[in-house]
Design a protein around this ligand. Sequence first.
Ligand SMILES: NC(=O)c1ccc[n+]([C@@H]2O[C@H](COP(=O)([O-])OP(=O)(O)OC[C@H]3O[C@@H](n4cnc5c(N)ncnc54)[C@H](OP(=O)(O)O)[C@@H]3O)[C@@H](O)[C@H]2O)c1
Length: 259
Amino acid sequence: MRDLIVAAICVMGLVASGAAQAATVLVTGSNRGLGYEFARQYAEQGWSVIATARNPERAVALNELAARHSNITIEKLDVLDFEEIATLARKYTGTPIDVLINNAGVLGDLDGQTLGTFDYENFQQVMGVNVFGVLAVSEAFREHVATSQQKKIIGITSGAGVISRGGGGGNLHFYRTSKVALNMGLKGLASDLKDRGVVVGIVAPGTADTGMRRELVGERAAQDQDPADAVAGMMNVIAMLTQANSNQPYNYDGKPMPW
Ligand SMILES: NC(=O)c1ccc[n+]([C@@H]2O[C@H](COP(=O)([O-])OP(=O)(O)OC[C@H]3O[C@@H](n4cnc5c(N)ncnc54)[C@H](OP(=O)(O)O)[C@@H]3O)[C@@H](O)[C@H]2O)c1
């Protein structure tokens, strides 16, 4: 926690000196839910935002947001499409990306991930978006991040992927498995990119009322926190992350999460 506080003071100093103003963030899945909030809040803080969505033409809210904020650029990116990832990375060659937020994620079909009716095609899709996509985007953009000032790659994990809490199974086998694999994938990236000064952070939003939560718990999602609050919290955590303190996942409220 002491490391987090020291790092926060450094970041506040950067902001106060104006040095952080030209920072760039790339967000995956930014057309709705938490991704939209990341795009909105970073844009309002004056960041240059590369807001990606797999169907930009259908991203009504994001297009309206970009119309109000000239610092948002919308790009097409399906994280399952490795060619599209490579093309976008090439397009931004030479552009430093301070923070890469691997936000895009899927829950998967709930019946299809219940023991007895496992749907392995659906399993591949969940692993594809939540794990392979994160590694592929991070691999493709690692140079953009490594040449930036803040050098941060972020993955959005979930309490559903905490093995030490016990439980598991039920109708979330694939999603839980994907988030555990995501955590290990990000740990691996952190080791590989340590010498380049890259910070790889794992952050969780708690439960926030988004389409994903509606799929899982229906109307009860109305009792979850506002996505704006979850994202504001995660952005504070991201700002505080350093190589020294990022050796564990953090919840949106800054509390370390167990594995
Ligand atoms: N909400 C929570 O309480 C909660 C809790 C823990 C973790 N999380 C994590 O937070 C992240 C965001 O979740 P959310 O709640 O905002 O979910 P959401 O409202 O369902 O939004 C998911 C986003 O991911 C995008 N996406 C899905 N497949 C994609 C693909 N192949 N390529 C690119 N984008 C794709 C979706 O785009 P389309 O609109 O095109 O489908 C959408 O923008 C996820 O990683 C999730 O696991 C959320």
